[in-house]
Design a protein around this ligand. Structure first.
Ligand SMILES: NC(=O)c1ccc[n+]([C@@H]2O[C@H](COP(=O)([O-])OP(=O)(O)OC[C@H]3O[C@@H](n4cnc5c(N)ncnc54)[C@H](O)[C@@H]3O)[C@@H](O)[C@H]2O)c1
Length: 457
């Protein structure tokens, strides 16, 4: 696929994003610097979605919008889960819709309906009465509009990361979930990694003591890929020409937020952000032939963005973003407490009274603290695949909650707060690394909620 037939941003979406990349002044809904802004009052007819439950479902009927790389991989996991029916698939590239339908038929399942007329055909998928949940795996700028359409049509929304790219969109997700009382879940698969769930289990059992600091990141060297003509590279690169900040925060941050009980007794309060100069991608761009249209692209996003979050309880979190520098992959995944520190890449642990060095043989810890979900389904998860099995575990868990009529592990408030790092970091960088307040998407309810427990136990 060439850039010319790759999905284009609509004019409205383009304007929102251009505003983001500017001086930061036009950032929709940006709160006053540093001071904790009062959240807008909840409008009549809306109510909290904390602990939201729906009646148990006999089966879960799914429609998927966006069946490119990620959507078709999610589809593969969903087809491995019992009591899931794929009812409809949508993409603006008709061949992808056909390939997805084929994927379903090859599993001996009924042929799903296809939607590929144009870039708003997803609205017709959302209107279908035989769909319970709409999965959304499209480029970032489509996530919120599609999730809103799904919820307003009475469907639950399961959105790829990040769920939103402006603060206005973060609020729209929260407000619409509260108004429609639909689940609005960001598909943050990294919360379901075997290691992340081990650490969550250790944290909940007090092994690390009181948590004080975490470090998260998305450090994924993709420069050659990013400069390529592959459709997903084209839309990702376009974001790098428009916004300078921490553009993919949730993979690293989601697990840290869960360890810390964000929205279960704590919340993100403020953020400062700084970007390095941009160099790596433009260096590669300048090696392209002189007449290549990519030579005219200007990348505004610095090579490395470093953002710092302070929570209401006074904890700190470092969040880094770097996709253009040659380096080994890492989400950092460090969590520090009064009794010890865990750090990933490679996984290691240091506990009080256990010598000076890191412990690198974690087998005994997996045995003692390994998460019940992973103990139960590791083999199946590895077989189904997707980022070392975490994608299967995430999807299985979502389906299980819907079948049981249980509350989901993550809420619209999590989707909003974790994604808000994107627009807040852009605004902070544009304002000389000014501290900016996170909106309190929960409107104070974070104080009385409990942190997520050991789900599935
Ligand atoms: N959680 C993870 O581990 C993970 C991994 C990869 C990608 N992602 C996320 O998944 C999403 C998709 O990424 P990808 O790599 O699959 O990109 P992709 O470009 O391969 O797939 C996106 C698909 O959306 C389709 N699309 C675009 N606009 C549309 C519209 N208006 N209606 C219907 N379809 C439309 C495109 O044609 C394409 O097939 C992104 O948000 C990305 O951040 C998450």
């Amino acid at each position: 696929m060439t850039p010319s037939d790759a999905p284009q941003f609509s004019r409205r979406r383009l304007m929102t994003m251009t505003a983001l990349g500017g001086a930061g002044l036009a950032l929709p809904g940006a709160p006053a610097p540093a001071a904790a802004a009062e959240p807008p009052a909840r409008q009549p007819g809306r109510k909290s979605v904390f602990g939201l439950k729906h009646p148990p479902m006999g089966k879960v009927r799914i429609g998927i919008i966006g069946v490119g790389g990620r959507g078709s991989s999610l589809l593969g996991n969903l087809l491995d889960i019992e009591k899931v029916e794929i009812k409809a698939v949508c993409d603006i590239v008709p061949q992808r819709v056909e390939a997805a339908r084929d994927q379903v038929r090859k599993k001996g399942r009924p042929d799903p309906a296809g939607f590929a007329k144009n870039e708003t055909d997803f609205e017709n998928l959302c209107r279908r009465d035989d769909v319970d949940v709409v999965y959304i795996a499209t480029p970032w700028e489509w996530h919120t509009p599609m999730a809103l359409a799904a919820m307003k049509s009475g469907r639950h929304a399961a959105i790829e990361v990040p769920a939103a790219i402006t603060l206005e969109e973060c609020w729209q997700l929260v407000d619409t979930a509260e108004e429609t009382q639909r689940h609005c879940l960001m598909l943050e698969n990294c919360c379901y990694g075997e290691i992340e769930m081990l650490v969550l289990s250790m944290v909940r059992q007090g092994v690390l003591g009181e948590l004080t600091h975490g470090e998260a990141g998305y450090l994924h060297a993709l420069p050659d890929y990013l400069l390529s003509q592959a459709a997903p590279a084209v839309w990702r690169r376009r974001h790098l020409t428009r916004a300078n900040g921490n553009l993919y925060p949730t993979h690293g941050l989601g697990p840290i937020a869960q360890y810390m009980g964000i929205h279960g007794g704590d919340r993100f309060e403020r953020l400062v952000s700084m970007s390095s100069l941009e160099h790596s991608l433009s260096l590669l761009r300048d090696k392209l032939p002189a007449d290549d249209p990519r030579r005219r692209e200007k990348y505004v996003c610095g090579d490395i963005n470093t953002s710092l979050i302070r929570t209401a309880l006074g904890r700190t979190i470092l969040v880094q973003f770097n996709i253009t520098t040659p380096r080994p992959y890492s989400r950092i995944n460090m969590i520090c407490g009064t009794e010890g520190t865990f750090c990933d890449y490679p996984p290691r642990l240091h506990l009080r009274g256990k010598g000076e060095a890191w412990e690198t043989d974690l087998a005994p810890y997996f045995q003692q603290y390994g998460h019940p979900l992973w103990k139960k389904m590791k083999e199946t998860a590895l077989k189904s695949g997707g980022h070392g099995g975490m994608d299967y575990v995430m999807n299985w868990r979502l389906i299980q909650c819907l079948l049981e009529g249980a509350a989901l592990d993550m809420t619209a408030y999590d989707a909003a707060a974790w994604s808000a790092v994107f627009p807040l970091s852009v605004a902070s960088v544009a304002q000389g690394s000014a501290p900016l307040a996170f909106p309190d998407f929960t409107r104070g309810e974070w104080k009385s909620r409990k942190p997520i427990g050991l789900v599935g136990a």
